[in-house]
Design a protein around this ligand. Sequence first.
Ligand code: FES
Length: 346
Amino acid sequence: MTTKFLDFLNKFSETEWLEAVEELLPEIHEVDRNAVQIWFRFYPLALFRYLENAEDKAKAIQKFVMQGDFELKDQIDSSHKFLYGHRFWKETKDAIVAHAESNSNEDGDLKSVVKEIAGQAAQAAKTKECLTKSIVLAGLMTLVQVGFDSFKSSEGKIYIDAKEVKKSAKEILAARAKDDSQGIFGFLKTIDKKFTITYDETLRAGKFNIINDEEIASASARNQTQNWLDKDARCVEGVVPVECRSAACGTCWVVVLGGQEKLSEVSDRERRQMKVFGYNQPADEKPFMRLACQARAFGNASVVIPPWNGVFGKKVYGNVEEIELEPATTSAAKLRETISQAVGSE
Ligand code: FES
């Protein structure tokens, strides 16, 4: 019997979950402070509930031009692999299952439950609670979206390269803070400075080069070390999925684990389009959510590429009036047309 715990978790809205995440941030290790906020933007509860309650889910998915893996049920163990706390996923999952199965009355708030389970997971994993709170938060939201039976029966697998898993949180933070050396005459260089974008911290080879002041999407397109299309049908150029290259389609969104201050400021157009797409971009001048076709880099940064993209801001959040589309002159014309129909109908 797990009903009481699920009923308790289901009481909270997306806004309440995000508030709990924000209030817990000071107690979460710096290595996962961006990561946990990012994870909740990858799997928005409002979008999940909208699709689950839709009269015709398949039609709604089509209207939102959803592409990629947006459902947690297909990635219970892997969705949070970019969190440092992912290392403690097995212990965390077991602690959540035990808590749900105890079926005790929940009289606390969301934060108290997270703290209690994070303590148990940390004890089992022989680590600190500040390193398990982020993964507990992700685990609880996963439970909400996949249900108890699927959650319990997942393998509890860890998806980090064997060498990378040994790195401490301190080492990861130090790597994120570093910029590539420009050589002894680096101070004379202006336009030809070169930096590194890490797109997957869990892989040793998860990086590509970027030229000073270049957009992340253009730099990604120059990295042809793998057949990216084989891995993800959205990756027509490089590891970062792209389509329009003009902030019109939402395909290229990326999130920043470290180095967001070394990216260009957000333009009004990018800001507005993020709302159209439904991506919950924080209001900062240099937020941790960006469009790779717009964000230019002036140093190293570590990003995560979301496993999906879509356009659902108006229907799910009601936070935009109209979508402004440029004349359809590129290969993205068909996609924009679909977006236009999706936003304008229903
Ligand atoms: S590629 Fe379309 S928004 Fe960036």
